[in-house]
Design a binder for this molecule. Structure first.
Ligand code: ATP
Ligand code: MG
Length: 228
């Protein structure tokens, strides 16, 4: 369970307030979808909830662990043990192949089995290519496979379908939901696509660093039923 209480975060020594008192709860095994205009603080919130960055105020508690009280070393260890992250900018390692990047994700968590993820994102035939030899959408799929291969307890996805065409996007989301059912991890996904909110257990909308709306879906649609 992820619990945030009155989380505040600013950049440039307080001159750029970005998160202005965020409180939320995301239950175990849930899929939460985070919507909001560009610049509203979605990526910053993911960073703080995942322990990549520290809140300036308030608290973040994940599965009983108080992130706001951890040392740098404890936070690094927490991320390694617990978190998978699909970054908005992918952050693939340029000198490694598709397989190398995904394998790295798997090995971080002591997993040997990562072929399934490469196949699921449709990149088996390109497994020996390096990121520079892939399209943007293909790089995005490598980044998704890498995060899933780590088999994390918590998965954070920042615009994971932003570079994907509709068909690929639906198939990747379908796989994600299938894995989530199987492994019961908790996922928080940022998107600009309001149709994707219909997949979620919980929808959170941000506006200028605050939560403007949050609700639960009584019925969840599948990746092939949502509007795109
Ligand atoms: N490292 C930083 N230093 C200074 N300002 C930052 C930094 N990171 C983010 N910001 C500012 O914080 C605000 C929120 O950024 P954030 O990346 O969280 O937005 P977002 O909701 O993810 O937007 P988008 O949909 O465009 O990805 C923006 O105004 C941005 O300029
Ligand atoms: Mg962002």
């Amino acid at each position: 369970m992820i619990v945030a209480e009155n989380v505040c975060k600013s950049y440039q020594n307080g001159r750029t307030p970005v998160l202005k008192g965020i409180s939320l709860e995301i239950g175990d095994g849930e899929l939460a979808v985070l919507l909001g205009a560009s610049g509203s603080g979605k990526s910053t919130l993911l960073s703080v909830l995942s322990g990549l960055e520290r809140a300036d105020g308030g608290r973040v508690n994940v599965n009983g662990e108080e992130l706001t009280e951890m040392t740098e070393k404890q936070l690094t260890d927490f991320r390694k043990r617990t978190v998978g992250f699909v970054f908005q900018q992918y952050f693939l390692l340029p000198h490694l192949t598709v397989e190398g990047n995904v394998k790295l994700g798997a090995h971080l968590a002591g997993n040997r089995d990562y072929g399934r993820e490469i196949a699921a994102v449709g990149l088996e035939e390109k497994r020996n290519r390096k990121p520079a030899e892939l399209s943007g959408g293909e790089q995005q799929r490598v980044s998704i496979a890498r995060a899933l291969a780590k088999n994390p307890k918590l998965l954070f996805l920042d615009e994971p379908t932003g570079a994907l065409d509709e068909e690929t996007g639906r198939s990747v989301l379908d796989y994600l939901l299938k894995l989530q059912k199987e492994r019961r991890f908790t996922a928080v996904m940022v998107t600009h696509n309001p149709g994707i909110a219909e997949l979620a257990d919980r929808v959170i909308r941000m506006n200028s660093g605050k939560i403007s709306e949050t609700y639960r879906n009584a019925v969840k649609k599948t990746a092939y039923e949502i509007a795109w």
